[in-house]
Design a protein around this ligand. Structure first.
Ligand code: NAP
Length: 320
């Protein structure tokens, strides 16, 4: 549905990942006029996760795209509007009403829920930008099938890196995990799976200092962080999984953040600006999972409803 200029909504949700879709479901079901703005594909990073084993209610697991499609369908049942456009700015006037400017024009909202998640961190080494999309990837689920029978590298030692490495073994002939330390950060269950997978090798205490190739990736220069020695390692693809950073550019000046840029909220998802809530991976929190994101989204929507009610109550009282 196309939003027309000047339309006033109760709730504007920015981001259609698990947190945003859960917030949309709760807000729509509470009969609040609700719009979700998403610049990319609905479902966020969860929609690029091949298989999700730890979301309750699916004992056999469920594919990320399937789970996220179901969440969107459920929200749409409650008359939530979706716009596919980037939000460029959010501002708040003296009456506490928000103006949201998106690629589809400007509209106002009584509350805003920021559920923009995170974007993958890049390595920042020579060759990375040039070879992005032609051998350098940040998403194994999206690009893995292009690397059939190739030897690929995964950079990182956290959950993402190991999940990516395990997924890539379906296609690649060999997956080498390059990690800057001598032990993984990933959870034990993932480590056990990776250590017992014959297609996965590990290259410890090493970082990539350059990605090499002209029209495709041919290999990398590896540096041993203990000795400083460098060497060439041949590879047909490089998957970067070294963490993410929060996507908060358009509300940076309106919210308090921690030292890594994640939005600080209380347990009611309230940010430092009244009426502006944050939910999901974009928040400063200890566990970033689909299950915690949907919980955040539900809390944010319920708190948004309370905020609208209080605002309405005060404005009615002021008129009398
Ligand atoms: P992460 O936990 O922050 O791990 C990032 C990894 O990359 C670390 O091993 C880190 O090394 C390494 N690293 C960081 N900067 C680097 C650099 N410049 N060069 C080389 N290596 C670098 O990030 P994540 O793995 O993306 O996970 C993020 C969150 O999502 C976590 O809370 C995780 O539990 C969650 N997650 C969960 C699942 C799941 O449950 N299935 C899947 C994916 C993500 P050090 O270890 O030395 O710091």
């Amino acid at each position: 549905m196309q939003l027309h200029e000047g339309k006033n909504m109760d709730v504007a949700i920015i981001g259609a990942g698990p947190a945003g879709l859960s917030a949309a479901l709760y807000a729509g079901r509470a009969k609040l006029s609700t719009v979700v703005a998403e610049q990319g594909v609905s479902g966020g990073q969860a929609a690029t996760t091949h298989w999700i084993e730890n979301y309750p209610g699916f004992p056999e697991g469920i594919s990320g795209p399937d789970l996220m499609q179901r969440m969107e369908q459920q929200a749409r049942k409650f008359d939530v509007e979706f716009i596919h456009a980037a939000v460029n700015s959010v501002s708040r006037d003296s009456r506490g009403c928000f103006s949201v400017t998106s690629g589809e024009g400007e509209f106002t909202a009584g509350t805003v829920i920021v559920a923009t998640g995170t974007v993958p961190q890049s390595l920042g080494v020579p060759g990375e930008d040039k070879l992005r999309g032609i051998g350098v990837s940040y998403c194994a689920t999206c690009d893995g099938p292009f690397f059939r029978e190739k030897e690929v590298l995964v950079i990182g030692g956290g959950d993402s890196a190991i999940v990516e490495a395990l997924f890539l073994t379906r296609f690649a002939s060999k997956v080498t995990v390059i990690h800057r330390r001598g032990e993984l950060r990933a959870t034990k269950v993932l480590q056990d799976d990776a250590f017992s997978n014959s297609k996965i090798e590990f290259c410890w205490h090493s970082v990539v200092s350059e990605i090499l190739g002209d029209s495709k990736v041919e290999g990398v220069t590896l540096r041993d962080v203990r000795t400083g020695d460098t060497r060439f390692m041949e590879a047909g693809g490089v998957f970067v999984a070294i963490g993410s950073r929060p996507d908060t550019g358009f509300v940076e000046s309106m919210v308090d953040t921690d030292e890594r840029g994640y939005v600080i909220t209380d347990d009611r998802m309230r940010t430092s600006t009244p009426g502006l809530f944050a939910a999901g991976d974009v928040r400063a929190k200890s566990l970033r999972q689909v299950v915690t994101a949907v919980s955040d989204g539900a809390v944010a929507a319920v708190e948004a409803e309370k905020h609208l009610f209080e605002r309405q109550r005060f404005s009615t009282r002021d008129k009398h």
